[in-house]
Each structure stands twice: as structure tokens, then as C-alpha cells.
Design a protein around this ligand. Structure first.
Ligand code: PEP
Length: 251
């Protein structure tokens, strides 16, 4: 299983800025990318084509959409479909990011519909899950992760390809805060997620990737990526510059 090194650019970068960062990244990392690594960038929708034009021709590099809606087309102002993402070069889609859950009000049911729909339309999907700090302090981490997995994956068809579906564990308190989860917390959560995936999908869940996200930096990525059941990282702030994200990708 290749490790997936993913960048989430959130609501940053115009077309030109995004393309320049993608070029920097390719210049710094493409020639040195180990065969067991894959690089993925989630630009804002408006810069997807700018970035996919640069990354798609490079082996091991691809792009994705930070969100999408669970309909083909229609009167859904402001929304975008998996087919529209694929049309501008996206191979992946992200669902359930904590900013969509906690700032934009998306619930588990909505996240679940998006996950199953994106997969059924040929996107590779990364479902994000993770607990709030209050939930961790109240010893509710497993309860939250179990619920987000069960509802987030409930409509996924049983014959899905495990290489098409990944889970990102992103404790909300570690996102954009500089406070990275400790190795024991990461291993505990990822082991719990793996067990749940196996009980939902059987042994093929061993072929699904589980990514860690939350204040990953060039300085801590090597240690995180070496932990058990960590099959990649999802990076926000430190992915915004080609120089720092290239160091993460190669860590
Ligand atoms: C993210 O946006 O998914 C994320 C993990 O952000 P950061 O790396 O900035 O914590």
C-alpha cells in the first residue's frame, strides 16, 4: 500500500498562486518521490484545473476536490458534482472535513451520502473523522469515531474497491492549532478505526488507507508516518508552500 501524502489548501490561493505552488512542489519533490509514496493536492475549486494541469502529467501526483454534492446536477446553488470535479482533473474527493462539519454545519448523514455517492461516481474518497477536545476530555473518542464511521460509511456498496476509499483521522483540537496528537493517541485511534473498518467490511479493510491529520509539519512527519496503521497524512497549513510540503512528502 502506497503512503498518501495529501495537501488541503482550504480557501487559499488564486489560480496563479496555486499553479506556482504546484510547480514549486513538482520541482522540489517529483524527481525524488519514493515508489511507495503518492502525492495529492486539494486546491480550492477555482484553481483545480490550474493545479491538475501541472500535477496530472507527473507520475505519483494527483488532485482532488475539497467537497462535492450528492447529486448529478440540478437546482443546487453553490454546489458541485463529482462529474464536474473529474471534468477539471480531480481524481479524489474529500468528505466530512471538520471545518465542513463544525463551521458549515454538515451532519453525519450528509457526510455519509456524499461518501457513498462520490465512490459510486468513480471518485476516490477520503472520509475525515475526529473528535472535539470536549469529547476527548469526556472520554468519548471511541464513541465519536465509531458513530462517524458507521454513519459516514453506511451507504457504501459492499463491493467497493478498498484502494478507492480512505479514512483520515483528524482530531479537531489538532487542526490548525500547532498541537499535534501524540504517538500513543494516534496509534490508539488508528487501531480503533482499523478494527471498526474490519467489522464493517471484513478483511479487505486491511487494504484501506488510514491517514493522520492535525498540525503535521516537516519536523514531525517522519515520526508520524512510521507509526502502525498510519498510511499517509492530510496536511493543511504546512502544505501551502512548495518548500515545506515537499519536505513532508519526502520525510
Ligand atoms: C487539515 O486542514 O485537514 C489540517 C490537518 O490542517 P493543519 O495541518 O493546518 O492542522
Amino acid at each position: 500500500m502506497k503512503k498518501l501524502m495529501a495537501a488541503n489548501w482550504k480557501m487559499y490561493k488564486t489560480w496563479d498562486e496555486a499553479q506556482a505552488t504546484a510547480r514549486d512542489l513538482v520541482g522540489l519533490a517529483a524527481g525524488k518521490l519514493p515508489a511507495d509514496r503518492e502525492v495529492l493536492v486539494f486546491p480550492p475549486f477555482t484553481a483545480l484545473k490550474a493545479v491538475s494541469d501541472v500535477l496530472d502529467p507527473v507520475p505519483g501526483f494527483s488532485t482532488g476536490g475539497q467537497d462535492y454534492y450528492y447529486e448529478k446536477e440540478g437546482a443546487f446553488t453553490g454546489e458541485i458534482s463529482p462529474a464536474m470535479l473529474k471534468d477539471v482533473g480531480a481524481a479524489y474527493g474529500l468528505t466530512g472535513h471538520s471545518e465542513r462539519r463544525h463551521i458549515l454545519g454538515e451532519g453525519d448523514e450528509c457526510v455519509g451520502r456524499k461518501t457513498a455517492y462520490g465512490l459510486s461516481k468513480g471518485l476516490k474518497v477520503i472520509l475525515c473523522i475526529g473528535e472535539l477536545i470536549e469529547e476527548r476530555k469526556a472520554d468519548r473518542v471511541e464513541e465519536v469515531l465509531e458513530r462517524q464511521l458507521r454513519i459516514g460509511l453506511k451507504d457504501v456498496s459492499a463491493d467497493f474497491d478498498p484502494e478507492q476509499l480512505s479514512v483520515a483521522y483528524e482530531p479537531v483540537w489538532a487542526i490548525g492549532t500547532g498541537e499535534v496528537a501524540g504517538p500513543a493517541e494516534i496509534v490508539e485511534a488508528h487501531t480503533f478505526i482499523r478494527k471498526n473498518l474490519i467489522s464493517l467490511f471484513g478483511e479487505k479493510a486491511n487494504e484501506m488507507r488510514i491517514l493522520y491529520g492535525g498540525s503535521v509539519k516537516p519536523e514531525n512527519c517522519g515520526d508520524i508516518i512510521a507509526l502502525d496503521n498510519v498510511d499517509g497524512v492530510l496536511v493543511g497549513g504546512a502544505s501551502l508552500h512548495g518548500e515545506s510540503f515537499s519536505r513532508i512528502v519526502l520525510a
